[in-house]
Design a protein around this ligand. Structure first.
Ligand code: COA
Length: 161
């Protein structure tokens, strides 16, 4: 099989900005967790498909920390980058920051880890390019991601027995 050229973390980074609207809110004026999750899934998709250069699917969303509420009228930034790449799976870290537009600084409101899997034309998992790590921080995150991916695999195997 032909070796694929590695991709950097930088090359697949993705960001989106959303103005949170009344249609995103519950009757208290807070944004639904599901509205935030949908955007997390989208931006993680962009990062993973940029790296894989093919279609990807969400395999798991196993870690989402809702640190603070998001309100209607806030501007919300979604930033995604790869932490770890396996054979066909990729772990994407998404950080969500919200800004109230009254001079207060943006604060981190959600952090999430999403696993995406690259698929070939027949819908089967396919190998993705290796990840080229350019800093000690990226190497640290990769190692942490590798351990989490192993833990996910162990849990899945236990659950299926
Ligand atoms: C994700 C999916 C493609 C995996 O298929 P599979 O037949 O289990 O494939 P494999 O066992 O060969 O695993 C492929 C890779 O996915 C990883 N994987 C599989 N299930 C996973 C899960 N639940 N969480 C994280 N990673 C997972 C495996 O570890 C493997 O990684 P690697 O190639 O880097 O070693 C399949 O379960 C699927 O299509 N799920 C539905 C996805 C979807 O529709 N998402 C949107 C929901 S609306």
């Amino acid at each position: 099989m032909v070796e694929q050229a590695p991709g950097t973390v930088r090359a697949s980074r993705a960001s989106t900005v959303r103005l949170m609207l009344p249609t995103d809110a519950n009757f208290m004026g807070n944004v639904f967790g599901g509205a935030v999750l949908a955007e997390i899934d989208r931006v993680a998709y962009v990062t993973a498909s940029r790296h894989a250069k093919t279609n990807v699917v969400t395999a798991s969303l196993d870690r989402v920390d809702f640190i603070a509420p998001v309100h209607v009228g806030e501007l919300v930034d979604f930033d995604a980058e790869l932490t770890y790449v396996g054979r066909s799976s990729m772990e994407v870290w998404v950080r969500v920051r919200s800004e109230a537009l009254r001079g207060s600084p943006a604060k981190t409101v959600v952090e999430a880890l999403v696993t995406m899997v690259a698929l070939d034309r027949d819908g089967r998992p396919m190998a993705v390019p290796p990840l080229l790590l350019e800093s000690d921080e990226e190497r640290r995150r990769f190692e942490e991601g590798r351990r989490r991916m192993e833990a996910r695999r162990r849990t899945r195997h236990k659950e299926s027995h």
